[in-house]
Ligand binder design. Structure first.
Ligand code: R5P
Length: 281
């Protein structure tokens, strides 16, 4: 078995190869003069783990090319971050179910697939092959432990994210709650933990994705007003579009970290061991 990856998932792929005690396949990436993507894979093995986060349209096309280049091998697909998964239903007439459109592309040439904290697990039914969705809640728990915080409150940004926050909190036996939004007027909204008090303690907001950082920055300013000593943000997928990292820092977030499902400078824990464990079955 060897591991091969798209350009955007090279570091995670190397870590997966180490965790599987195997090697990487070298890949040459370039573009044709008209902008089309080109790649050429090195020598494959009988079994290949193909790693590619869908961070943008080029990453998706590159992943499709890579799967095709792995023809003849028994292939396992790892989608560390599946872009388009947030459009998991038609919110308005005329919209696509983007998650279904993307998931449906994969199947040919793939035996099994692994996803990591996919935004909405119900979209797994759109894949044309068996899919295992793994969670990095334990890795986030380890990351929080390493921060050495005293009696942290683990907060989900909303009730939909509470189950994930609870599984993070259970790794350290920490308190857990979710933020609740109360509309005070046409323009004013209050965000506070639903049941617990944030005063005089550090708060860690955990989420599957940080995209613009807007949700967490707004929550942080309110948590400080409620007396939180420090607010931290940890997520699985650091999408961090535009100036999200700066926006969070300016908003008073002490530290921001994410996994390497999207490779960032603030990727401080790796999905590799959990992915390797899932591949080993
Ligand atoms: C949404 O359902 C996700 O779980 C995240 O909460 C969301 O993507 C965060 O978005 P942003 O960082 O733009 O506030």
């Amino acid at each position: 078995m060897k591991v091969i990856s798209t350009e955007k998932s090279q570091i995670l792929a190397a870590r997966i190869a180490t965790a599987l005690n195997t090697t990487l396949v070298d890949v040459k990436f370039s573009r044709f003069p008209d902008g089309e993507l080109y790649l050429a894979a090195g020598k494959l093995d009988k079994e290949t783990v193909i790693v590619g986060s869908i961070t943008d349209s080029d990453a998706l096309v590159q992943l499709l090319l890579l799967i095709d280049a792995c023809e003849g091998s028994q292939n396992y697909l790892v989608l560390p971050y599946m872009g388009y998964a947030r459009q998991d239903k038609k919110f308005k007439d005329g919209e696509p179910i983007s998650a279904r459109a993307i998931a449906g592309i994969f199947g040919k040439g793939i035996k099994d697939c692994i996803t990591v904290n996919i935004h909405e697990p119900s979209v797994l039914r759109y894949f044309n092959m068996p899919v295992t969705n793994i969670s990095l809640a334990g890795d986030i728990g380890d990351c929080i432990t390493s921060m050495g915080l005293s009696d942290p409150l683990i907060l989900a940004p909303d009730d939909g994210a509470l189950a994930f926050a609870q599984s993070v909190a259970s790794t350290g036996g920490w308190d857990c709650d979710h933020l609740e939004k109360t509309r005070l007027s046409g323009v004013d909204v209050k965000m506070a933990p639903k049941k617990l008090c944030a005063a005089s303690r550090p708060v860690v907001i955990v989420d599957d994705i940080i995209s613009t950082g807007g949700t967490i920055a707004t929550a942080a300013s309110m948590l400080y007003k409620q007396g939180a000593t420090d607010v931290y943000a940890i997520c699985v997928h650091g999408v961090l579009i535009g100036g999200a990292y700066t926006h969070l820092k300016v908003g008073g977030i002490r530290d921001i970290c994410c996994s390497d499902t999207i490779e960032r400078s603030c990727s401080r824990f790796s999905a590799a061991k959990s992915i390797a464990a899932a591949l080993k079955g």
